[in-house]
Each structure stands twice: as C-alpha cells, then as structure tokens.
Design a protein around this ligand. Structure first.
Ligand code: TYD
Length: 133
C-alpha cells in the first residue's frame, strides 16, 4: 500500500476564481486543532526531517510547488505537491522531508493536535528504532 495518501477536494471554482472548502470530519479525517503555514520558502532549503508520535496532518500546497518525501521506516516515497485541490494526508509515525520549494510556495498544514515539541521524533535512527522495538 502506498504511503502517499492524497485527498482530493471538491473544486468550487467558478469564473470569478478558485475556491475549495476544508471541513473537519467531512473531507479532513480528524478534528482540526491547529493550522500553520510555510511561506517565503527558499528554493535551496530542505525542511522537515522528523516524524510525529501522535500528530496527523493534511498538507495543502496553496501556491507554487514543493516535493515531499515520506518514509515509514521500510519504504520511502516521493510526491510533488502543486495543486491546491489536493491534500497530502500524513499519519503519525511517518518521517517527512520537504525540498525543491518554488519561490512562491505556500504550504498550509492542518494538524490534529496543538504544538508539542515532545511529539516530535527528530532523529532518523530513533525513528527506525521505534519499529525494531
Ligand atoms: P518544525 O516543525 O521543526 O519545522 P519544519 O518541519 O517545517 O522544518 O518547526 C520549526 C520551529 O517552529 C520549531 O522550533 C518548532 C516551532 N513551531 C511552533 O512553535 N509551532 C508550530 O505549530 C510549528 C509547526 C512549529
């Protein structure tokens, strides 16, 4: 089974422009406790390099593009996000890396939990050890 789980949002666009709606429990599969966004991204900079113990997220690329690598400790897969009508669902215990940001990239992230640093696994070896235990 692929690690890449893409949600496709209904296109509510009309001749005035684009529109999509994200609704908890309807097209977002968790209660949304936090929204954050990445902007003024840098083409040469990679981010992420962590997994979460509990947190689930949906990432939407509102503008521009970037590449995501997802890794479950056994399989590594990659996807280009460049469509505001698609959301990348990232479950807990998935290692993620982001790179190749376009200069106009805006990534919006819906999160199932408030920010908690102790939910992060920032060491790849520690992440792999979770599966061996
Ligand atoms: P981090 O999640 O490590 O960034 P990325 O995965 O994009 O590389 O977050 C960067 C810093 O911002 C880190 O010190 C934690 C802090 N932060 C918050 O305080 N609240 C938040 O909601 C997020 C996502 C990060």
């Amino acid at each position: 089974m692929s690690l890449i789980k893409l949600l496709t949002f209904k296109d509510l666009s009309d001749d005035r422009g684009g529109l999509a709606a994200l609704e908890q429990g309807i097209n977002i599969p968790f209660d949304i406790k936090r929204v954050y966004y990445l902007f003024k991204t840098k083409e040469s900079t990679s981010r992420g390099f962590h997994a979460h113990k509990k947190l689930k997220q949906v990432v939407v690329c509102l503008s521009g593009s970037c590449r995501f690598v997802l890794d479950n400790g056994a399989v590594r897969e990659e996807i280009l996000l460049n469509d505001p009508l698609q959301g990348l669902y990232i479950d807990s215990f998935i290692w993620r890396e982001m790179y190749d940001f376009s200069s106009n990239c805006i990534l919006m992230v819906l999160a199932s939990e408030l920010f908690q640093e102790d939910d992060y696994i920032r060491d790849y070896q520690e992440f792999l050890n979770v599966f061996r235990e």
